[in-house]
Ligand binder design. Structure first.
Ligand SMILES: Nc1ncnc2c1ncn2[C@@H]1O[C@H](COP(=O)(O)OP(=O)(O)OP(=O)(O)O)[C@@H](O)[C@H]1O
Length: 252
């Protein structure tokens, strides 16, 4: 029997928009401190699944439990409290261009955590910038940072509220292959250091292989394949999963 703690439990989840059936029976168990990679072509419903997870959309049927709570049944106050435990690292890093790195990181802290002293805020920001390898960027503007640096700061800002779950949306999109490897390493370091449980949405199989304990391939509204990289890809029978593998360049 699998005794690991389950952080997310999804059962028989359905979601349609009019005639468009997007999710058609999704099942998932995500374990504490696991890195799960979700793969699937554009429009397969990855974002819809994440939106149901954070209560931005409601499923038609089935259940979505996050940290022991059925998301669709939570009153707004509890939903907001749950959302604070889920850190979303956006594809475009979502930094405010008119604020320095420090101000970008202060913003969610000051807004969501009461009674922090200036010193506590500074210490938290400095620790996180050190953790993502950019302590020297604290007074820089986002426009002065490279794409990879912006991603790092975006991750640091997401961590500022101590999330238990990290959602990474296409973390390597738009980066050169070497910077991709750095960002993948960062995702793994964040897990080690902050004991986060992560979902990584990506089309990049090198990223999937490097960061994922398990892969979950969303196809026809369900997770059609689930397992380690080696279990899912080299031996794929489904032509669509095989083509996903064949069209990607595997670095290692
Ligand atoms: N609020 C909505 N109303 C109507 N249709 C929607 C809504 N949200 C998503 N959809 C549709 O659901 C399908 C799945 O969309 P989703 O954004 O989840 O895809 P995705 O797998 O995240 O794609 P990508 O990899 O391109 O981000 C799409 O056809 C989309 O148009």
């Amino acid at each position: 029997m699998d005794n690991r703690e389950k952080v997310v439990v999804v059962r028989d989840l359905y979601k349609s928009f009019g005639d468009l059936d997007v999710l058609e029976g999704v099942d998932l168990d995500l374990h504490r401190e696991e890195n799960l990679v979700v793969l699937g072509r554009s429009g397969t419903g990855k974002s819809v699944l994440i939106k149901i997870m954070v209560g931005l959309l409601r499923q038609d049927s089935g259940t979505m439990q996050v940290l022991g709570k059925e998301v669709s049944k939570l009153p707004l106050k509890e939903l907001n409290a749950l959302r604070l435990k889920i850190g979303f690292s956006f594809q475009n890093s979502a930094l405010y261009d008119s604020m320095t790195v420090r101000e970008n990181m202060e913003f969610p802290l000051v807004r969501n955590v009461k009674n922090l002293t200036k010193k506590e805020i500074s210490m938290r920001i400095e620790e996180l910038l050190e953790a993502v390898g950019l302590p020297q960027s604290i007074n820089q503007m986002p426009s002065e940072l490279s794409g990879g640096q912006k991603k790092r700061i975006g991750v640091a800002r997401t961590l500022v509220l101590n999330p238990e779950i990290m959602l990474y949306d296409e973390p390597t999109a738009g980066l050169d292959p070497i910077t991709c490897v750095d960002i993948n390493n960062l995702i793994n370091e964040v897990r080690e250091r902050y004991k986060t449980t992560s979902i990584v949405i990506t089309h990049d199989l090198a990223c999937a292989k490097q960061t994922g304990d398990r892969m979950a391939v969303l196809l026809d509204g369900k997770f059609k394949a689930m397992g380690t990289f080696e279990e899912v890809f080299p031996r794929a029978v489904d032509e669509r999963i095989k083509s996903f593998y064949d069209y990607n360049f595997i670095n290692s």
